[in-house]
Design a protein around this ligand. Structure first.
Ligand code: GDP
Length: 417
């Protein structure tokens, strides 16, 4: 028999016990199979002055040579004058899971005498990716939406050991509402552990002072202790002090490791005692890649989209931003169109009536004129007739005509004779 859950009576959800295996427990596996088949799309951006080890770190992160080793520019070479945006695409596969990875590089950032506007082309690039996504969402056919939005931005901080520079603060201030910022201390092997600890504290203080939001691994109430501890562990390492290397070196105890070799010893990339590379990889790839994608879509993109639509004058109701529902919009358009047609029709009717009235007035006028002329003629004829009748009567009664007239008659008679 069904057992009522603790919420029965409070909410309308009633908990029921199943009599046998139904099969929806297999749903996670269905989702898993489907997403594995479709593959994943991830776009990471790297920003920082040249020579800070960006290409090396990306190669180290994805364990592949995405970037060929760079030759330092000869001093005579002409340097570009603006920040360029370049991207590399790679399809990588691990245990049957396909990842379409895009790495966006920003060569030139921070490399000029005046770096005041270095952030600008990067903001524009991130926004144009949002634009392209919005445009695809609004298409009639949304079957093949390509997500080129930047899901994470690794910001490389020069290992000065002091504090953030103006260019770092300016960049993060401009970008933190548009992209998941992950600050890293580049080439951490050039600083001592103590220097790193101090540097991290100062960077965090600067970030807090400027109200910059950096990506935090999310934790949920219903998660187990282990997951929460992991998230806290990752968070405690921000900004990650990283070391990159695509070389394998031999340790004194005979192991082969990815690392950098120094006269005083070897720095191992994958050793958590040596640097935060492992934690960064966990944040970016192993544990929170999906969270980064989700936060980009649900928060960063959504806020940008809302702002963009509002600035375009899309109506807003008091508390919630109104969705632009295409059906509703078509209905609105139709009502507007019909109102316009009705107005045009009314105007045409009015003009027509006016014309008819004018014509009628003219016709009436000419009718009156005709009638007046007709009457005039008739009156004249009537008068002529009555004159003639009068004459006739006088002649018949033999009365003499008026002297003047008799003269005329005499003369006439005379002439006739
Ligand atoms: P990018 O210009 O930022 O892409 O820098 P590259 O990845 O091309 O690296 C520039 C130079 O720094 C190369 O000679 C790398 O071998 C070296 N390099 C890269 N990562 C590190 C690191 O973590 N520590 C040290 N000491 N050097 C590094």
């Amino acid at each position: 028999s069904p057992s009522l859950g603790p919420n029965a009576g409070v909410s309308s959800v009633i908990r029921k016990k199943l009599m046998g295996y139904v099969g929806f427990a297999n749903l996670p596996n269905q989702v898993h199979r489907k997403s594995v088949r479709k593959g994943f799309q991830f776009t990471a951006m790297v920003v920082g002055e040249s020579g800070l080890g960006k290409s090396t770190l990306i190669n180290t992160l994805f364990n592949t040579t995405l970037y060929a080793p760079k030759e330092p520019l000869p001093p005579t070479a002409e340097r570009p004058k603006t920040v360029a945006i370049e991207s590399i695409d790679a399809d990588i596969e691990e245990n049957g899971v396909r990842l379409h990875l895009t790495v966006v590089d920003t060569p030139g950032f921070g490399d000029f005498v005046n770096n005041d506007d270095s952030w600008r082309p990067i903001v524009e690039n991130i926004e144009s990716r949002f634009d392209s996504y919005l445009e695809q969402e609004n298409r009639v056919n949304r079957q093949k939406v390509v997500d080129n939005r930047v899901h994470a931005c690794l910001y490389f901080i020069q290992p000065t050991g002091h504090s953030l520079k103006q260019i770092d603060i300016e960049f993060m201030r401009r970008l933190h509402t548009k992209v998941n910022l992950i600050p890293v201390i580049a080439k951490a092997d050039t600083l001592t552990d103590e220097e790193i600890a101090d540097f991290k504290n100062r960077i965090l203080a600067d970030i807090a002072h400027h109200h910059i939001h950096i990506f935090q691994a999310p934790t949920y109430d219903n998660e187990d202790e282990e997951t929460i501890a992991e998230a806290e562990e990752i968070a405690s390492k921000i900004p990650f002090a990283v070391v990159g290397s695509d070389k394998v070196v031999a340790t004194p105890d005979g192991r082969e490791v990815r690392g950098r070799s120094y006269p005083w010893g070897i720095i191992e990339v994958d050793n958590e005692e040596h640097c935060d590379f492992v934690k960064l990889r966990q944040m970016l790839v192993r544990t929170y890649m999906e969270e980064l994608r989700e936060y980009t879509n649900d928060v960063l993109y959504e806020n940008w989209r809302t702002e963009k639509l509002l600035s375009m004058g899309v109506a807003q109701d008091s508390s919630v931003f109104k969705e632009i529902n295409p059906a509703e919009r078509m209905q609105e358009d139709r009502v507007l169109h019909e109102a316009k047609l009705a107005k045009m029709e009314a105007e045409m009717k009015m003009v027509f009536q006016q014309k008819v009235q004018e014509k009628e007035a003219k016709l009436k006028q000419s009718e009156e004129e005709l009638y007046a002329r007709h009457k005039e003629m008739k009156d004249a004829l009537d008068k002529q007739r009555s004159d003639l009748e009068e004459k006739k009567r006088k002649i018949e009664s033999g009365r003499p005509l008026t002297p003047e007239k008799s003269n005329t008659s005499k003369k006439n008679r005379f002439l006739r004779a």
